[in-house]
Design a protein around this ligand. Structure first.
Ligand code: AMP
Length: 291
C-alpha cells in the first residue's frame, strides 16, 4: 500500500533552527521545509545565539546579530514565522541545572575542542523542539556531528519529530557558507579555501581507502600552513557518521571527512561524505575480476 501523503500523516509544521546572520545555506533549509509542508503548512525559523553552547574565549559576544536582514531572508525563502527569543526568555531562571548530555559521540572531534558545546547545543535544541512543537525539523549537513547528535537525541529520548539533513551550500569556489565567513578579510578568505580544497582532495582518493583519503586531505591542508594568514588545523578526521569514530580499512559505506581549522581568530568547520568500499568488495577495481 502506498504511504499516506504527508498531510494525512500530520506533517504540518517544520522548524529550522539557526543562530541568525542568515545566508543562502539557511535559506536552503527553509526552502526544503516549505517544500515538505506545502502551502498550507507552517515553517518556523528560530534565531537564537545560545550562550550555553559557547565556551569561554569563544565568539559569543561578537557573533553577528542581524535580525532585520534575517527576517527578510527567512520570509523570502518561505518562512511564516521567525521566533527570536531573548536569552532570559529561553533561560528565565538563568542557566538550566538540568541539561542534555551528548554522551561519547559528543566528546569526539568538535566536542574534544569545544568542551560542553554539544551538551549546550542539545539542551537548546530540546527546548526549542518543545517550544515550537514541529512534526519535522531541518538541519544542515555542514554541521555533521551536530546533525548526528540531534538524530541520536530524538531517537534515544523519543522526541516525536522527524529529523532531516540538508546538503551543504557552498560558494562557487567551494567555500562552505557560514555566518562566521563574515569575519574573514580577502586574504583570510583565500586561506579558508584550504578546508574545502582538502576535503575535495581527500574524497578524490576514496577508491584507495581511508589512509589515502586522510593523507591527500592532510597534504592539501599543509600547503596553507604558511599562507598569510596561516591555516591552523584543529582536526582532520575520517569518521563513521553513526558514532564519529575514525573508520578503518574494513569500513564500507559513506564515511564523513571532517575538518576544523582556524584562520586568525576565525574558527571554521566543514565536511564531505566519502563513499568507501573495503578491499576485496565488489566494485573494487584492484580486485575485480580475480577469482
Ligand atoms: P547556524 O546558524 O550556523 O547555527 O546554522 C543553523 C543551521 O543551518 C544548522 O542546521 C546548520 O547546519 C545549517 N547551515 C549552516 N550553514 C550551512 C550551509 N552552508 N549549508 C547548509 N546548511 C547550513
Amino acid at each position: 500500500m502506498p504511504a499516506p501523503p504527508d498531510r494525512a500523516r500530520g506533517v504540518r509544521r517544520a522548524v529550522v533552527m539557526t543562530m541568525g546572520a542568515l545566508h543562502d545555506g539557511h535559506a536552503a533549509l527553509v526552502r526544503a521545509a516549505r517544500a515538505r509542508v506545502g502551502a498550507d503548512g507552517q515553517v518556523v525559523v528560530t534565531v537564537f545565539v545560545n550562550p550555553l553552547q559557547f565556551g569561554p574565549g569563544e565568539d559569543l559576544d561578537r557573533y553577528p546579530r542581524t535580525l532585520d536582514a534575517d527576517l527578510r531572508v527567512a520570509a523570502d525563502a518561505g518562512a511564516d514565522t521567525v521566533f527570536a527569543p531573548a536569552a532570559d526568555e529561553v533561560y528565565p531562571g538563568g542557566e538550566p541545572q538540568v541539561r542534555v548530555a551528548a554522551g561519547p559521540m559528543g566528546a569526539r572531534l568538535e566536542g574534544a575542542h569545544r568542551p560542553g558545546h554539544f551538551d549546550g547545543m542539545l539542551t537548546v535544541v530540546a527546548k526549542l523542539l518543545h517550544l515550537t512543537a514541529p512534526d519535522v525539523a531541518y538541519y544542515g549537513q555542514k554541521d555533521a556531528q551536530q546533525l548526528a547528535l540531534i538524530r541520536r537525541m530524538a531517537r534515544d529520548l523519543n522526541f516525536p519529530v522527524e529529523i532531516v539533513g540538508v546538503p551543504t551550500v557552498r560558494e562557487p569556489d567551494g567555500l562552505a557558507l557560514s555566518s562566521r565567513n563574515r569575519y574573514l578579510d580577502p586574504a583570510g578568505r583565500r586561506t579558508a579555501l584550504a578546508l574545502s580544497r582538502a576535503l575535495t582532495a581527500g574524497a578524490a582518493a576514496a577508491h584507495e581507502g581511508p589512509e589515502a583519503v586522510r593523507t591527500a586531505a592532510r597534504r592539501a591542508l599543509a600547503a596553507s600552513r604558511d599562507a598569510a594568514p596561516p591555516l591552523e588545523t584543529d582536526y582532520l578526521a575520517l569518521v563513521d557518521p553513526a558514532d564519529f569514530r575514525e573508520v578503518t580499512g574494513e569500513f564500507a559505506g559513506e564515511a564523513v571527512l571532517a575538518v576544523a581549522a582556524r584562520v586568525g581568530a576565525t574558527r571554521l568547520i566543514d565536511n564531505v561524505r566519502v563513499p568507501l568500499t573495503p578491499p576485496g568488495a565488489a566494485g573494487d577495481p584492484l580486485t575485480e575480476g580475480t577469482p
